[in-house]
Design a protein around this ligand. Structure first.
Ligand code: FES
Length: 114
């Protein structure tokens, strides 16, 4: 297992990016729940963030791709507006142990083009 961070390292309503095994991931905390995704826009495969650790639109309600503005539901990664409407971000399974967020090495090393 690979540890991404501690649950408390991400504030409520905020997001955080990670580089693991040369792949990019990000996590969003909403209503005290955590969601982890592959940082790869289903439109062109670019990373989504505006700035370091900034993956959400200005009101914090949706994930937004910084390249062409596609909007994704935080809870399921579904694109609801933009050039990849109907596609989804790839959710990454994770475990929480002692407050630490961990992912399977295998899940990450096999990530590639979607
Ligand atoms: S690359 Fe994300 S919307 Fe175009």
């Amino acid at each position: 297992m690979i540890t991404l961070c501690h649950m408390n390292d991400i504030e409520e309503g905020a997001s955080k990016g990670f580089e693991v095994l040369n792949k990019y991931l990000f996590a969003v905390k909403k209503d005290d729940r955590l969601f982890v995704y592959y940082n790869y826009c289903p439109h062109l495969g670019t990373p989504l963030e505006w700035q370091e650790d900034r993956f959400l639109g200005s009101d914090g309600a949706l994930i937004q791709c910084s390249t062409h503005g596609a909007l994704f539901v935080i809870e399921n990664g579904q694109c609801i507006l933009g050039p990849c409407k109907g596609k989804r971000l790839k959710a990454i399974p994770f475990l929480i142990g002692n407050g630490f967020v961990m992912v399977e090495e295998n899940e990450i090393s096999t990530l590639g083009r979607l």
